[in-house]
Ligand binder design. Sequence first.
Ligand code: HEC
Ligand code: HEC
Length: 499
Amino acid sequence: MEDNKKEKIKYNPWKMGVLICLGLMSVFALYLSMRFMTDSVDYQVTEEDHFKYGSTGGERLAGIPVGIWNALPGLCRRHLPKGDFAHGYEAFGFIYEKGKDYPVGSSIRRHAGLDRVFLNCATCHAGLVRTSSEADPMLVLGMPSNTVDLQAFQSFMFNCVTDERFNPIDIITEAEAAGADYDLIDKITIGVVVAPLVKDLLLLLRDRFSYMAELPRFGPGRYDTFGPAKVLMNWDMSKIPPAEQVGVVDYPSIWNHSKRLGMQLHWDGNNISVEERNRSASFGTWAMPVTLDRQSIKRIENWIWDKAQPPKYPLPINLELSKKGAVIYQALCRDCHGENGQDFTGKFVGEVVPIKQIGTDRNRLDSYTYDLAVNQNTLYAGFEKDRFKHFRKTWGYANMPLDGLWLRAPYLHNGSVPTLRDLLSPAAERPQIFYRGHTVLDSKDLGFVHTKPTEKGRILFRIDTRVRGNGNSGHEGFIYGTELSEPDKAALIEYLKTF
Ligand code: HEC
Ligand code: HEC
């Protein structure tokens, strides 16, 4: 009997066939699982490279497959801003370093079988500066982005997804033209699964972010801080009262974080916790408790804690004049803005000045509401470690340190004043209209060149300060320096170059 059975198994071709099939299927399943269950990122050796190209985890949810990312500028050329650029996304002010295929402020993660790209902190917190129009640009990490127009980039993506060319065949053809090397499985995955998924995601976002079309244009270096948070919490954006709609801000700098411990952070001082600020910032890169790459974010946090520093002012400083300026600074500005560019001690530093007193544009303040504070504090209720506990509603704007001030123009929370000299003038004398997005330093008035409509073929943004949210009033009166004589202003400007 025994022998008989063995023989049957040995020679039954059906059973052999089934076994071989099962074997092959398990090898194929193993192959597919190895191919699709992956989750890995390239390790960036230096902290700086990690800030530029490291991941926050956002690609796991919102990452665009690199083939599609590379295909889109070609696929939707007619939706790109005008200009002749080596990389399509340069049209939106994204910065490319020599030899890099992806911009500063992007990271790549291999997830679910494909390399996916998404944006990180450096998109908004790194910028370019040139000491003259002939000089090479210098990339500065931690300074507010001055070139990236994220709203225009977003509009491009939304226009592209509704273009007839956004279909699997054209996407794959364009991706291959842009260098993708796809095998059959890639093509099937992209054509049948990925392209439709990306399309659905973009269409959903397009719908959710349609409220932005009603807002004044942001231009490069600015974004709406809390609108997207309201969107992600499923608020009905059409029901938000007009006074709470426009929360457009200029990006802040993020150096010297350890010295900001205990200060009320954000333009309106709505959060006192440095660590929570970083986590809420990660939210902006689509990194949420389930997708957050904690180790990677910790590395960014450690770097901005004390290593990230503004570079020294690169042009000569008139020391005698600067000394005179220091005396004026001590008398007028120190209590609110700190001892100097490295020592932030001061009576009121990191506290909120009531809106009535500071008098700057109140839209950003009003866009952050009591309801939003309560909602943010209950967000992630199931994730005790990740819960926000420190958001609160305030009634003014915060006194912040002025480190690296020469890289932070245009000034004020909404970026409505092009130079420091203009900020030291009464609002009635500040320019009503100027251009944002230039990278050449204005060393006389301290800020960036702001009277030219283009820079190297890139069209700059004409900001009109009479538009809602762009108001350039406030920070006026004796203690704010707007009553100083011209020579005193020149001295104060010279001193502030040392920050
Ligand atoms: C989409 C652009 C954007 C991205 C991406 C972004 N931020 Fe920000 N960040 C902002 C804006 C805008 C503010 C100011 C918010 C406000 O007060 O209205 C800010 C504020 C901050 C602040 C507080 C600065 C202060 O002194 O008030 C820190 C710290 C910060 N971001 C760190 C990060 C980190 C770390 C990341 C990446 C995990 C990140 N940000 C990603 C736009 C961005
Ligand atoms: C009573 C406190 C107070 C005093 C005094 C004060 N400031 Fe300010 N300053 C603020 C506040 C608050 C803001 C933020 C206002 C906003 O953005 O709406 C600010 C913003 C600024 C900014 C813009 C920073 C940026 O990144 O855009 C500069 C520059 C500045 N102040 C310089 C000065 C100088 C120079 C003096 C002294 C002549 C001075 N301030 C006096 C409270 C003060």
